[in-house]
Each structure stands twice: as C-alpha cells, then as structure tokens.
Write a protein that binds this ligand. Structure first.
Ligand code: SF4
Ligand code: SF4
Length: 385
C-alpha cells in the first residue's frame, strides 16, 4: 500500500482463466472516482509486474528500480516524492501505467477467501460519485490472469496451518461469531471510555465477548490518551520519509507528520519531492477529543468496515502468531479493533490541533483518510494481490 509500495510479488499472467470466488460485499453500494489534482496514490511506489517489464525496459529504463522483493518498481522523485511519471498531478504514461496503478483504490486480499477492499485514504472514495465500485473491481479481477488464484492457493495453505496451531494451543475462535458479537456492540467501540474497558478486558486469559464485558463507564483517561498517542506516533516515528504516513488534505496538499523527541512536525511533500516544514507541536499537548453525534456516526460506519474486512482479520491472525498463540482469538480481535479506534481518534485530535478539522463528521472523515492506508498496511497472515 501507500509509501511502502503498490503491489506484491506476483506470477506472470497466463492464458488460462482462473476461477475463484471473490467476496465483493465490502464494496456494495459504494462509488469511486479519481479527483483531478489529487495524485495521492502516486506517492505509493508501484511494482512493475514481470509482463510489464519489457515496456519499461524499452521506453523508460531509468525509471525502473529494484524493490525489496527482488522485482522492479517505478522510481520516486528524489527517492521519496511522487512517482517520476507524475507531473502537474497527471500521469505521463497513463495508457501504460502498471497494473497496481489501475487497481487503486481497490485491494484484493487473499486470506482463506479472496475479498475486494476499498482504500478509504482515497478521497475519491468519499464523494458518492463516479463508477460503481463492485463493477469496477470485478472488471479489474477479470483481467488479473492467475495472480489472484495463485495468491489464494498460497494463503489458504498458510491459513490452514494457522488454524491448526490455534486449535492445538486452545486459542481458536469462530471469526463469524466474533464479528457478530462486535457488530451487536458496535457502539461500544465508538465510545472512548468503553474502548479503554475493552482494551483492559482483552488482556485477560479467558475469551471475552463484548456483550459480556461489565462496562462501568470509568477509565483512567490519561492512561488511555498516552496509549492512543503511542499507537499513533509509532507510525510517524520513522526517519525515512518513505515510511511516514501521508494525509492528503481537502486542498490535495500532501501532508506528512514525523514524530521525533517531544515534537511532531508537519511537512508538505512538494510535487518536486521536497519536504517543506510547516508547523510542529508537542504531542503531549494534544487533548483526546470526543467525536460529536455526526462524527460518531461516521466512526461507527468505519468500525463496521474494519469488522468486515478480511485483511483486518488477517492482521489479528498475524498478531496472534506474534504473541506466541497465548491469547484467545476473541481477545486479540477486540483489542486490535479497540486500539485502532483509539489510534484513529488520537489522529483526529492531532489533525484538529494542527489544522482545525474538529471531531465532527468532517474531522473524523479526515482522520480516516489519514489512517486507512496505515490500517491496510498493517502486517497480515494473508497477502494483498
Ligand atoms: S488517491 Fe484516489 S482520488 Fe487521489 S489520485 Fe488516487 S485514485 Fe485519484
Ligand atoms: S505510473 Fe502513473 S498512475 Fe502509476 S504511480 Fe506513476 S504517475 Fe501514478
């Protein structure tokens, strides 16, 4: 995903048609359009698939750079800015742009099924205008050759092994039942005091249900603020601009935030690939705000998206592996979701402190635009195709 690259290691397309079921339910009823002048997704270094290399070798050899997975990607301006082909926020090679540029803002996640997911960091996913997302994603999938089928074969084997380990360790849960439980108590995840209580309950050894937590309506607010801040700042702490999250503002300014010492510095990434410092603040002074009624509604809709995403479940599975299979699936799931909300609200509060975005519907939407690329970039048990 963004900054760490559009793409994955993928096999060459084949002549055969590979039939797999893809779950498009997450796109149902949503439209997307590309907004002229945005260019945010061109900050994500696109991978060049093997079958696309000959065009670039012949026409743009200097634009090809080796990537971390042994393949090739398109170079970025000054190694940290937008793609070298983005000029005046338009693509110079639009008709020949790589597959991963054509796919965006859709991602195909291979877990124990393949699902299409929409990147809500794309401002064009929020206008309610444009093409039908599901139809567009179906068209993209139909042109993907065997990439998705191959990734699915591999992810299915990984998931089967994972389920076996979870069962042996006694931490296996029922993902469908976990999601249904979260769904029935979704408002709890949109209330910060309840979020703190869920985080605390998730630390227990026995499997929890949200409906079974004894919510007392009290929490150590300062501790929650510190935890939320720590989660947010961890993604802003890299010295490498390529690893910093980007927030594309309503004016299409490419904002980047870097945390260092007791300051968070806001930069604008220019079209030429330079970082211009705009402002800074002490993160300790950011007050954790409370979304208003409209903001809460936007937040609940986003929590529903997370609760339905296969990649979110894949991130939970990754964490269970990382934690050594000691924690019940129910607890890791609820804890991950609660921590995501705390991170998001701290970011909304930080954006408000820097830019006055507030914590109404607009402010929460801006925080989701800022946060979702990080969310989709979280490590998972499966793979994006
Ligand atoms: S992020 Fe979305 S709106 Fe912006 S350039 Fe990319 S596809 Fe278009
Ligand atoms: S090739 Fe074109 S669409 Fe793809 S990242 Fe570069 S400028 Fe953007």
């Amino acid at each position: 995903m963004c900054r760490s690259g559009k793409g994955s290691s993928a096999a060459p397309a084949a002549e055969r048609i590979y039939l797999i079921d893809i779950d498009y339910s997450g796109l149902s009823g949503r439209k997307t359009e590309c907004l002229p002048g945005c260019g945010m997704c061109c900050l994500c270094q696109p991978e060049i698939l093997p079958q696309e290399r000959s065009y670039f070798r012949k026409s743009h050899p200097k634009a090809m750079v080796r990537n971390g997975s042994g393949g090739f990607s398109i170079a970025l301006k000054k190694g940290r800015g937008s793609c070298v082909f983005l000029n005046n926020r338009k693509c110079d090679i639009y008709g020949n742009r790589p597959t991963f540029c054509r796919q965006y803002p859709f991602h195909f996640y291979a877990g124990d099924k393949v699902s299409a997911e929409l990147d809500l960091s794309c401002r064009g996913a929020w206008t309610g205008k444009g093409t039908d997302s599901e139809a567009e994603a179906r068209r993209i999938a139909s042109e993907s050759g065997d990439r998705m089928a191959k990734a699915f074969r591999e992810s299915k084997a990984v998931y089967e092994e994972f389920y076996g380990i979870c069962t042996d360790a006694g931490v296996m849960g029922d993902p469908g039942a976990i999601r249904a439980d979260v769904s029935s108590g979704i408002e709890r995840f949109a209330d910060l005091i309840s979020v703190a209580e869920i985080l605390e309950a998730a630390l227990g050894d026995d499997p929890i249900t949200v409906s079974g937590i004894d919510f007392r309506g009290k929490t150590d607010w300062e501790e929650l603020r510190a935890e939320a801040m720590e989660a947010s700042l961890s993604s802003m702490s890299s010295e490498d601009p390529l690893s910093l999250p980007v927030y594309c503002a309503p004016d299409y300014g490419w904002n980047m935030f870097q945390a260092s010492g007791n300051r968070v510095t806001r930069f604008i990434l220019t079209d030429a690939g330079d970082l211009e410092e705009v402002d800074s603040l002490n993160p300790g002074t950011v007050r954790l705000g409370k979304p208003d009624e409209e903001g809460t509604r936007v937040l609940i809709d986003y929590i529903k998206v997370l609760n339905s995403r296969e990649s979110f479940l894949g991130n939970v599975f990754y964490k269970m592996d990382d934690l050594g299979y000691e924690d019940p699936m129910e607890n890791v799931y609820a804890g991950t979701l609660a921590a995501s909300v705390a991170d998001l609200i701290w970011r909304a509060s930080m954006l408000d402190a820097f830019m006055g975005t507030g914590l109404g519907a607009d402010g929460i939407r801006e925080a989701i635009i800022f946060y979702d690329m990080d969310r989709l970039d979280a490590p998972t048990a499966g793979a994006f195709v």
